[in-house]
Design a protein around this ligand. Structure first.
Ligand code: PNS
Length: 160
């Protein structure tokens, strides 16, 4: 039984994230989507809300569970007996930071392997930050985030 964790901020979860979750779920026995708190980012949605939203859009995937965590990723992997960390790669610009994190995580815990899934080309420009920027300025985010997330993001910017 191979358990993989897919960490991120997911503020909000995008169609690019969902694609990685679906593909990881078809490879690993269990995928734990892990919503990480990041003290250097001020999030739009709380950790709990992000967990609920991802649960909603992955309810059709029986081997996907969603949790939140605030410590070191490799400690969470240990707790969950996960052997794999999944990361999505979009462009070369993602590589340097992801390479650094993968090497640091390996130094911290050599038992856990980071595996990279390449994005589908139609999502290569997509990020949570771009979605927030477009929504904040009144642009259309249809097709960028899963149905059900769109209304939540639009509502947030109507209220803030
Ligand atoms: O979606 P993001 O913001 O690009 O995700 C970044 C994340 C949460 C995966 C990364 O910041 C992370 O792994 N944080 C956990 C803290 C940690 O373990 N740091 C050591 C690795 S360098």
């Amino acid at each position: 039984m191979t358990i993989a964790i897919y960490p991120g901020s997911f503020d909000p979860v995008t169609n690019g994230h969902l694609d990685i979750i679906q593909r990881a779920a078809s490879i690993y026995d269990e995928v734990i989507v892990t919503v990480m708190s990041n003290s250097s980012k001020k999030p739009m949605f709380s950790l709990g809300k992000r967990v609920k939203l991802i649960e909603k859009v992955t309810e059709n995937l029986p081997n996907v569970v969603v949790e939140s965590y605030s410590g070191l990723l490799v400690d969470f992997a240990d707790q969950k007996k996960a052997k794999v960390i999944i990361k999505g790669l979009r462009a070369v610009s993602d590589f340097e930071y992801e390479f650094q994190m993968a090497l640091m995580n390996r130094k911290l815990n050599p038992q856990v392997e980071t595996m990279f899934l390449m994005t589908q080309s139609q999502y290569s420009y997509l990020s949570s930050s771009v979605v927030k920027e477009v929504a904040k300025l009144g642009g259309c985010i249809k097709g960028l985030v899963p149905e059900g997330i769109e209304a939540e993001v639009v509502r947030y910017f109507n209220e803030h």
